[in-house]
Design a protein around this ligand. Sequence first.
Ligand code: NOJ
Length: 598
Amino acid sequence: MTTTIHSNTQPAWWKEAVVYQIYPASFLSTGSGSIPGWGDIRGVINKLDYLKHLGVDIVWLSPIFNSPQVDMGYDISDYKDIDPRYGSLEDVDDLIKGLKARGMRFMVDLVVNHTSDQHAWFLNSRSSKSAAKRDWYIWQPPKYDTEGKRKPPNNWSMILGEANSAWTWDEETQEYYLALFTPEQPDLNWRNPEVREAVHDVLRFWLDRGASGFRMDVINLISKVEGYPDAEVVDPSVPYQPGQKYFANGPHLHEYLQDINAKVLSHYDTITVGEMPFVHDETEIIKVVGATRKELNMIFIFDLVDIDNIPGSFRLTLHPWQPTEIRRIITKYQRLMLDKDGWNSIFIENHDNPRSVSRYCDDSDAFRALGAKLLCLMQTTLAGTLYVYQGEELGMRNLRPEVAPEQYKDIESINYWRKMNALHPDSPGDLKGARPVLQRKARDHARTPVQWSAEANAGFCAEGTEPWMMVNTDYHTVNAEAQRVYESEEDLSVLQFWQRGLASRKDHRDCFVYGGFEGVGEEGGSVFAYKRISRGAGGEAFVTVLNFSGGEVEWMVPERVRMEKWVTGTYGKKAPDLALEGTVKLRPWEGVLGMCAA
Ligand code: NOJ
């Protein structure tokens, strides 16, 4: 892995951009939405200067559209109107204006693998077998077992729901419909050209209103294998099995994506990022993001955030992992994209994952800030478009383990806890490891309100108003205000470290954004080190060295790396005082950056 992969990538604004993901319910509540204690669009507008100052170029808002909120807006009932709890279309227009005035852009969360079961399309579809939109969703007749008992069309399991089967029975029309996530999120039938046109129309609506692009929710699930074959049995103790082999990257995916590109995206100047769970195959990935393919600019690949999943299972499982896997995964995709002219997205947090400092580092008071800076240094020095999730720039961490699972709000957590209670009534409290799974992996950890200050409700909503989701108990010390005014000769706050990292990434974009990549040093152990080399001749080169452990480690500067100087690190403001040759000692969770010969 030590060979250098040089870069031939063509520059583009969306490659250099820093995208900031906002989970609007938890960002900032000004009280302008219809429900007190919910974040709103005015809250986002209020923080545009904060985001600009941080170094953000694009704001991606998780769904704000009309929705029954079964899955926090990922169940949309009207793609062209705003849920009143967030505000109005006029608020979105103002947001777009505010962004443009600051040279920033707006990214829409496009959720079109499925709709809400309350969307007019589905209401029509389920009204009768001969309804105009019957074929807009995926309906199948039942199967019967040998005793004549009704069964779903296949054995696929549901991803988030309490029900076990991905198929939901409709009493009225005596057929099942497919809903991979929850029964309230029926999957659209993309084989129907009318559905594809309706989706194109949604894209145009938002682009014409001033959006600059889309994050496309589980976009690789839009084409399913015909005939809906049974999934292989991975857990013989349960009747339903993960069916991703048959619903992820199905036979028509590329055709549908190219169609979107030709008919809509190519007429605008856009950024697109597709969420693509369950896919590891390099050829398949490059088909979507290859520069000449005309599909999507980039995708979210899940390998890094699935690092602690039992392979082949869904999210709520725990699997031991080693820091070397971080190195292996990142190296694989840095090399792949440079080699095959694709493009990476760099992310380790979003609204579906626990806080990164709690997952990959040590979130105890002694190491939280150091871990957050280590992860910042890593991400700001890797090739790709960078995505920062709200609160990541503050080093926000998971809810404390004392929080009872009953206090979690997310549908996935609630259903999982219910299921585990039903399965293990003999082991209340722990439920055979279910509680630690939620403590480490629940989506709730990323959904607590952003901690703006040490004031009531962490400054997220007015005093006396109850936030929709509990504020993490550490907000007196972990908050934006404290980190913004942090003054020390010696050190930077996590927020200041992020500001500096994002600025430096832009100042050295030829290297950090566009440059080549080479893994350096010994593989194995807790150190992940790599060299980035500017595109083109005569440019700069940097080496990033990251200690993913809570112990002191020694790292040998490889002979082929000619270090010139150490420029920055996670322990304090000053340049690290380390040798340029031989062995360097890294402290717990320490990351350092040096310049070397190109
Ligand atoms: C992925 C989204 O990020 C997640 O929050 C949601 O539950 C599923 N897709 C279903 O839309």
